[in-house]
Design a protein around this ligand. Structure first.
Ligand code: ZN
Length: 235
């Protein structure tokens, strides 16, 4: 099933979506590396969960263990100094006057893809994989399919490469994301993602729920809990 000789770089924050994307890439590409960004996010615990998830996925499948390569952590701390957002400040998570959640960090995914492409360029990786989603997303305009498509064009023109940007979750919701994980690695992969991935904006790893760890109150927890409920609901 793997695309022979092709390498991928996965934007891997350690959340449910990017963990599923990592499994998706490991099932497809011969060589898979991961990248994450430290931008002073409130849920920095997410970055610690990344290594646990990487190890858990390697332990599940010998082929995946062989394909999983280097991890890259890029310091983007300047992002929090130039943006006013509830993801990087101790501010209330709410909807702004523009109809966007106050967790929106302007330009974040555009920067992430640009840095990822620069790393992929150096590492000789043609495919870049991200967990952006238009279906039940938080309203971030840089998660939109059109944004990602023009980003691919801009990166390929600007770097004279033929990168392919993949967003396997773009048209599925959180319940279907769990089903995708199940199709990729069965109930063991679902359990590994449920246990080790982190979504909560508040960085809460103290409270355990059926759907994983989190405060159970923030929008990220709400979305994850609702997706899990629908995934587990009888058909
Ligand atoms: Zn939470």
């Amino acid at each position: 099933m793997a695309e022979h000789g092709e390498g991928a770089l996965v934007l891997f924050s350690g959340g449910q979506d990017s963990a599923t994307c990592l499994a998706w890439a490991l099932a497809r590409f011969d060589k898979v590396e991961t990248i994450a960004f430290d931008y002073g996010q409130r849920h920095a615990v997410e970055l610690e969960c990344r290594h646990v998830v990487r190890r858990a996925l390697s332990a599940l499948n010998a082929d995946w263990a062989e394909r999983l390569g280097e991890d890259h952590l890029v310091d983007l701390s300047s992002l929090s100094s130039i943006s006013e957002t509830a993801l990087t400040r101790d501010a209330e998570i709410r909807m702004t006057e523009e109809g966007l959640p106050s967790t929106f960090v302007p330009g974040r995914n555009l920067l992430f893809f640009t840095y990822a492409a620069a790393v992929a360029y150096r590492r000789g990786l043609r495919h870049i994989v991200g967990g952006m989603c238009e279906t039940d997303y938080s309203g971030y305009p840089d998660c939109r399919d059109d944004t990602i498509k023009v980003m691919q064009v801009a990166l390929n023109l600007g770097m004279a490469r033929r990168f392919v940007l993949h967003t396997p979750l773009m048209w599925i919701d959180k319940a279907e994301t769990w089903r995708l994980a199940e199709s990729l690695g069965g109930s063991k992969l679902v359990e590994a993602i449920r246990e080790h991935s982190h979504s909560c904006y508040m960085g809460d790893r103290a409270h355990s729920h059926a759907w994983g760890y989190g405060c159970g109150k923030c929008p990220a927890c709400d979305l994850r809990a609702e997706g899990w409920r629908r995934y587990r609901a009888p058909a």
